[in-house]
Ligand binder design. Structure first.
Ligand code: G3P
Ligand code: CA
Length: 290
C-alpha cells in the first residue's frame, strides 16, 4: 500500500470512529519470499514517541500490522511498555522526581510512572503521552486489529516477569487460538527468559534476540521459533543456516532482523532471505521491499 493509500485509509478510519483499517496482513513472509514482513520497532518510532500508544497508531495509520514493544516490571509488579531500564531519556522523570536518580523503571510504582510525560521529548504535539501499561497497550493493538512482537526487556532484573506477562496476556484474551497462531510473538535477548515462556505456555510463538553461532542453533531451536539478529551481524549464509532448521513448533526457524531504517539496507537484507524486518520507518522499508 502506498503512503497516499495509507493516508486515505487513515482518513476513512477516522470517519469510522478512530478504528484503524488495515489491509489483510500476511502473517508469514514465506507467503511471498520477496517481501519480508515489516514490523514497526517500538511502534512507528521514527514518527511518534517510541513505545507509546501514539506509536502504535502511527504504525496502523501506515497500514502496518506488526508492532514491536519492550516490557518491564515496576516496583509494585505492574507491566509497563518502555525500552530503557532508566526513565530519563524518554520521559520527564528527572524534572518530576529530581531526587530519584538513576530513575530505574524497577524502582518506581506504576502510579508514579503514570504521572510522567513520555511524549514531549519527541515533539510538542505529543506532550502528555504516557508510558502505557501492557494492558493499555494490548487493548490499543487489539482495537487497531494489529499484531504484537512483545520483547521481555532485561529479564535478569525483573524476576518473575514471564509469568506476569503470560497472566496479563491471558486476561486480555491474547492467548486464545487466534492470537497465539497469528498475532503474537514473545521475544527476548535472555535465552532463559524465552525458555521460561516456552515452558510455561508451549503454544506461544517465541523469538530469541541475537546471533547464536551456527553450531549452537539446534539447541535454540528446541525452545524458540525465531532467531532475530541485528542486521549488521548476518548474511545470506547465516539466514539460510537458521531457516533450514525446524523450530519449537516444527516449522522452519524464522529470521526477523533489526533495526533497518534505510531503503538500500532493507533491500540488501531482503536479499539475504530474511522473513521480517524490524524498523523505525515501516513505510520506508515496505516501499523499498515491495
Ligand atoms: O526487536 C528488536 C529490537 O527491538 C532489539 O533491540 O534495543 O531496540 O530493544 P532494542
Ligand atoms: Ca525491543
Amino acid at each position: 500500500m502506498s503512503v497516499r493509500t495509507a493516508t486515505v485509509s487513515a482518513a476513512v478510519a477516522a470517519l469510522l470512529g478512530g478504528c484503524v483499517l488495515l489491509p489483510a496482513p500476511r502473517t508469514h513472509a514465506s507467503d511471498d519470499r520477496s517481501a519480508p514482513v515489516v514490523l514497526a520497532h517500538r511502534g512507528a518510532s521514527a514518527y511518534a514517541p517510541e513505545n507509546t500508544l501514539a506509536a502504535v497508531d502511527a504504525a496502523g495509520d501506515l497500514g502496518i500490522a506488526w508492532v514491536e514493544n519492550d516490557v518491564q516490571l515496576t516496583r509494585d509488579g505492574v507491566l509497563v511498555v518502555v525500552h530503557d531500564t532508566g526513565l530519563e531519556r524518554t520521559t520527564d522523570a528527572e524534572e518530576v522526581y529530581p531526587d530519584r536518580a538513576p530513575w530505574a523503571v524497577k524502582d518506581f510504582t506504576a502510579a508514579e510512572i503514570a504521572r510522567l510525560d513520555a511524549g514531549s521529548w519527541f515533539g510538542a504535539r505529543y506532550a502528555g503521552a504516557r508510558v502505557p501499561t501492557l494492558t493499555q497497550y494490548l487493548r490499543r493493538v487489539e482495537r487497531n486489529r494489529q499484531k504484537l512482537l512483545l520483547e521481555i526487556k532485561s529479564p535478569e532484573i525483573h524476576p518473575g516477569i514471564e509469568k506476569e506477562i503470560l497472566r496479563i496476556l491471558r486476561k486480555e484474551g491474547w492467548l486464545d487460538r487466534e492470537h497465539v497462531t497469528h498475532r503474537l510473538v514473545v521475544q527476548s535477548f535472555g535465552a532463559e527468559s524465552v525458555k521460561t515462556v516456552h515452558a510455561q505456555r508451549p503454544d506461544v510463538v517465541t523469538g530469541f534476540l541475537g546471533t547464536p553461532a551456527v553450531a549452537d542453533l539446534p539447541s535454540y531451536a528446541a525452545f524458540t521459533d525465531q532467531i532475530n539478529p541485528s542486521y549488521e551481524t548476518i548474511g545470506a549464509d547465516y539466514v539460510a543456516s537458521v531457516q533450514k532448521l525446524k523450530g519449537a513448533h516444527g516449522k522452519p526457524l524464522r529470521v526477523n532482523t533489526w533495526t533497518v531504517d534505510d531503503a538500500a539496507e532493507a533491500v540488501e537484507v531482503a536479499g539475504f532471505g530474511v522473513d521480517g524486518i524490524i524498523t523505525d520507518k515501516p513505510d520506508v522499508v515496505r516501499d523499498a521491499t515491495r
